[in-house]
Design a protein around this ligand. Structure first.
Ligand SMILES: [Zn+2]
Length: 290
């Protein structure tokens, strides 16, 4: 054996090790960066061509399910099916897109409600954000479910604090991930939750927030009874754990429900009814807010 051979082997091993570490590093970056908000956001620049007959329907919904962060692969199609059933029943126009460039004044003006189906940000560039704010605060309606508030890093204060009325998400239990818990209806007079009765049981991935949405001026429709599941020490909010609420951004109306991680949520007729009433309420410019 020549004396050079072990050195060559050592060199080869070191090269392979270096390549392995670089590949692992890239993979780790791809996983960690979006969670920490380090990814370089990319925005849509060309608006889709909208159908010509939106104005013929009694109500037009812009269904937006773009995800720049975590994507709810199970919930998004389930919510879509529920929305389609609602729209069909009522003869509403439902336009579904994941193109953020639809957020421009001319296109938004053609809709009564924007439905945020588990959207995770950042989804909008500065001009699109301005169009969104102006449309809502000028009297538009927004309905958001579950992941719409589930972005751990906050990329847009108006969205979190004003549109979603203080939905500063801090996390959800991981073990067990899903729990059955009791949701207490706090405002049985509100059309969106009246049909649930005083309370109902539901299995979900339960979100916790930095503070009660009440602190941000939101009007709580339902809270989560923490005695009926285990949020864990870091995620416990105590006696006031809002889970469904409404906010009144400017002259607009906004409804948010943290329910909906699972497809089963959207198969519940009472949940579908809540979404239907929420869309109807948000679309009604004469509806009182709260
Ligand atoms: Zn979820």
């Amino acid at each position: 054996m020549s004396p050079k051979k072990p050195r060559r082997v050592l060199k080869l091993v070191l090269t392979l090790l270096t390549v392995g570490i670089v590949i692992l590093g890239i993979r780790a970056w791809q996983v960690v960066a979006p969670v920490l908000g380090w990814s370089i956001p990319s925005f849509d620049t060309e608006a889709p061509l909208l159908p010509p007959n939106l104005e013929d329907a009694p109500l037009a919904v812009l269904h937006f399910s773009r995800t720049a962060g975590f994507r709810h692969e199970e919930a998004i199609p389930a919510a879509t099916a529920s929305l389609e059933a609602i729209a069909r029943r009522n003869g509403w126009a439902l336009y579904s897109t994941e193109n953020g460039a639809v957020f421009n004044a001319a296109d938004l003006a053609r809709f009564d409600v924007i439905f945020g189906n588990n959207i995770t940000g950042p989804n909008w560039d500065e001009a699109q954000k301005s169009a969104f704010i102006e449309w809502v605060e000028d009297g538009g309606g927004f309905v958001g479910v579950h992941g719409a508030a589930g972005t751990r890093y906050r990329y847009w204060d108006w969205y979190t604090d004003t549109l979603l009325g203080g939905a500063r998400f801090i996390g959800h239990p991981v073990s067990p991930h899903l729990s059955d818990a009791r949701v207490v209806v706090e405002n049985p007079q509100h059309i969106t939750v009246a049909h649930f009765g005083p309370s109902f049981r539901h299995e979900d991935e339960w979100y916790s927030f930095e503070a009660s949405a009440r602190a941000a001026g939101s009007h709580v429709l339902a809270t989560l009874d923490e005695a009926t599941y285990t949020p864990g020490e870091d995620l416990a909010m105590g006696a006031d754990h809002p889970i469904i609420w409404i906010a009144c951004p400017g002259s607009g109306r906004s409804f948010y429900s943290a329910l909906g991680h699972t497809a089963a949520t959207y198969a519940r007729p009472d949940h579908e009814r809540m979404l239907e009433e929420a869309i109807r309420w948000a679309a009604d410019r004469d509806a009182p807010c709260p």
